[in-house]
Write a protein that binds this ligand. Sequence first.
Ligand SMILES: Cc1cc2nc3c(=O)[nH]c(=O)nc-3n(C[C@H](O)[C@H](O)[C@H](O)COP(=O)(O)OP(=O)(O)OC[C@H]3O[C@@H](n4cnc5c(N)ncnc54)[C@H](O)[C@@H]3O)c2cc1C
Length: 447
Amino acid sequence: MVTGSFWAHEPLGEYAPLRGFHQTDAVVIGGGFTGITTALWLCRAGLRVVLLEGETLACGASSRCAGMLSVTDRFMLKRLEQQRGSAVAEAYIRSRRAAFGAIRSLARETEELEWQDADACLLADGKGFDLSAEAELLRRGGTAADELQGGSAPLPARQILAVRDMAHIHPMKYFACLTRMALRHGLTIHEHSRVVAVETNLAQTPEGAVKAPFLIIATGYPIINVPGWYFLRLSQRRRYLAAAQGSVGENMFYDGRGRFALRGIHGGILAQMDGGMVGERRENSGHRRWQQWLGRYLGEPSFRHEGIETFSADGLPYIGVYSSKTPNLFVATGYGGKGLLGSMTAAQLISARVLGLAADSDFVFSGQRRGYAVTAAEAATTLAMAGRYAGGVLHPFAPRCPHMGCKLVYSRERRVWECPCHGSRFDGIGHLLSAPATEPAIIRRRH
Ligand SMILES: Cc1cc2nc3c(=O)[nH]c(=O)nc-3n(C[C@H](O)[C@H](O)[C@H](O)COP(=O)(O)OP(=O)(O)OC[C@H]3O[C@@H](n4cnc5c(N)ncnc54)[C@H](O)[C@@H]3O)c2cc1C
């Protein structure tokens, strides 16, 4: 498994670590799509912004991204409407459209994102999908969609919902473009500056601190447990990415249940697939499924790697104030594999709130949202996480995750320690690889 990014792109630059005490208008913690887009939006609004990245820019999920942009990527709108009402479902689609429009405007401004218009084809592999209801909701939210027969897809499908006028891009050229624009608007970036503590209006790194009226946590999985309690509502899942020879044309193809997706690229095919929860003991089953699927439909891949993505309990991201008690502390997380549009929505909503403006989809994404019915699958996930947590706490000798004390699991294939509760990862000797932990793990014995 390759660990680098699939995408060739210009260097993103190198930025000195934070040292000493500083004051500014806003601090963004995390340098992935969420951090850089939100920082750009705040800079454009005239704020002085400091971005603190624990490693290097785009070292997390963002460098794994397949570059697919679609208002919807699975059959979930009807369920959303049933659980939270049509106002929420329509506002959700409108917000996704607004994010899509903002990225398209950037693509027109710079002409370098390799923007390719495409339809997003959602594949229904069996009964139980109401394509007409999904299409109707999309239309009400301002997006054209048509039902097609399954035979026209490169993968087996009984029916297809073609969401019109979507696109795919080169995600890292987009990232480089956001970074350049943000620097031009005065953004200050510090790499190798992991935030180890957040207090009211203050972010601390091992060698420095920045004070600001507004703090934005854009670390993928949030690094603060309380308030907010996001660790009870989020999970981290692997996502595999592979390139293979072949052609699927210009359109994008999504499994209607959210398990895999395909797009064309430079005469080949780029495929992504869900790989199960981080720290899962039966990790090879996800990998095996992935290999079988690749072999069956795409042949031998020329490239493959994996990334980690954060999922919310109800399938919608959490974007907005961290908790009702922290009006100046913000969070954006839980995109569930849809972070290109999600991070743009985060930039739009958070910058509006910082500027004191009302945003009409605040209530859709609020981390304090209530009133949706938890499905059996979500309840099972939460219970499984609770079980893993308890197992970790009760095990007396295993290495522990410094985040909340869960027992770490060693992945021999990847040579990393992983937390099965919340997804933090550490290398073989305990150096921190990814959030929510902010410190290294103490590994006492060799495995
Ligand atoms: C294989 C794969 C394919 C995907 N394909 C698509 C796609 O086609 N379309 C789409 O829309 N989405 C896709 N996604 C999802 C998308 O890439 C993510 O949702 C998005 O990149 C998340 O961005 P982020 O900034 O929130 O998180 P990240 O990119 O993970 O960034 C978080 C950053 O925070 C930093 N950090 C963590 N802790 C700290 C700390 N304590 N102090 C300072 N910094 C810290 C990390 O180092 C990291 O750089 C894909 C994801 C994967 C894994």
